[in-house]
Design a binder for this molecule. Structure first.
Ligand SMILES: C[S@@+](CC[C@H](N)C(=O)[O-])C[C@H]1O[C@@H](n2cnc3c(N)ncnc32)[C@H](O)[C@@H]1O
Length: 275
């Protein structure tokens, strides 16, 4: 499930892991789709941090938006950084620089960045205040932070059947790993508590409604949620039984085959300023 249990990182029990199914979900992301709220704020020459950048699929568009300014991507997982470096090299993004590191101990000097961006990261790191304090340290006064994080309560499958139960277990599993499944709606509060100003919250949906997208999301959900690692973790924490997983496995196949199949992932966004 995590691969990080023995490592000294701030997210020792990272729920999503790095398997092929989750990588396929990340590979569909881009700055245009996933950082739409931030792109109008970017301009040539800015220096941007993408913390928890993963394989860098969003980072590339951020790098293009500020070129020849620098995009620095950082992630605790070496394999993700290797993928990001390869993508930057293949795409000719010479202003994109990637390195491994922890978001609670950033290897940059104070007041270094104009913009700090993250997507689906604060929701996973147990210490929100610690992370935001560290990101604030490396931002210039007047610099901005941009975050987009899950609103677990607003995700749905339609027709839902008993998929609400599966979503509930997903949220409980995140929480059991020290994560924050509702971070998307908590962003305004946590940014205020961290001392940021001019906070602009918003929200949006990632939609799976076309035949192609329903097929993809079914493949992702059934490939990721029903692995022995996830079932093992959920049963270990006492969140669900194997029989419940078997039921949800049948329900998600029915969902895929329904003419009304529609599902969403809900996101909260916020942009704020370091005073
Ligand atoms: C859900 S993925 C999101 C990746 C990318 N931002 C995206 O949306 O495509 C979360 C990423 O955060 C990274 N991460 C989690 N905790 C971290 C920490 N404490 N320090 C650095 N990276 C971390 C994980 O390794 C993972 O690559």
């Amino acid at each position: 499930m995590t691969g990080n249990e023995t490592r000294d990182v701030a997210t020792p029990n990272y729920t999503m892991g790095y398997d092929d199914e989750f990588q396929a979900l990340l590979s569909r992301r881009s700055a245009a789709l996933n950082a739409e709220h931030l792109l109008p704020r970017l301009k040539s020459g800015l220096r941007v941090l993408d913390f928890g950048c993963g394989p860098g699929t969003i980072s590339m568009g951020l790098a293009d938006a500020v070129a020849p300014g620098e995009l620095h991507g950082i992630d605790m997982e070496e394999t993700q950084i290797e993928m990001a470096k390869a993508a930057a090299s293949a795409g000719g993004h010479s202003n994109a620089i990637f390195r491994t590191g922890d978001v609670t101990d950033l290897p940059y000097e104070d007041d270094f960045f104009d913009v700090a961006h993250c997507h689906a990261v604060l929701m996973h790191v147990p210490g929100t205040a610690e992370t935001l304090a560290e990101v604030k340290r490396v931002l210039k006064p007047g610099g901005i932070i941009s975050a987009r994080e899950l609103i677990g309560d607003s995700m749905f499958f339609e027709p839902g059947g008993d998929m609400d139960g599966a979503l509930e277990v997903f949220k409980q599993l995140l929480a059991a790993n020290g994560a924050h499944p509702q971070m998307g709606k908590e962003l305004k509060r946590v940014l205020h508590e961290a001392g940021f100003s001019d906070i602009e919250p918003s929200a949006s949906f990632e939609c799976y409604g076309s035949t192609e997208d329903v097929t993809f999301y079914h493949g992702f959900a059934s490939g990721w949620f029903f692995t022995p690692e996830i079932i093992g973790a959920a049963t270990k924490y006492g969140l669900a039984t194997q029989e419940q997983f078997d039921g949800w496995r049948a329900t998600i196949d029915e969902w895929r085959d329904s003419p009304g199949a529609f599902a969403t992932i809900a996101w909260g966004e916020a942009i704020a300023r370091k005073p």
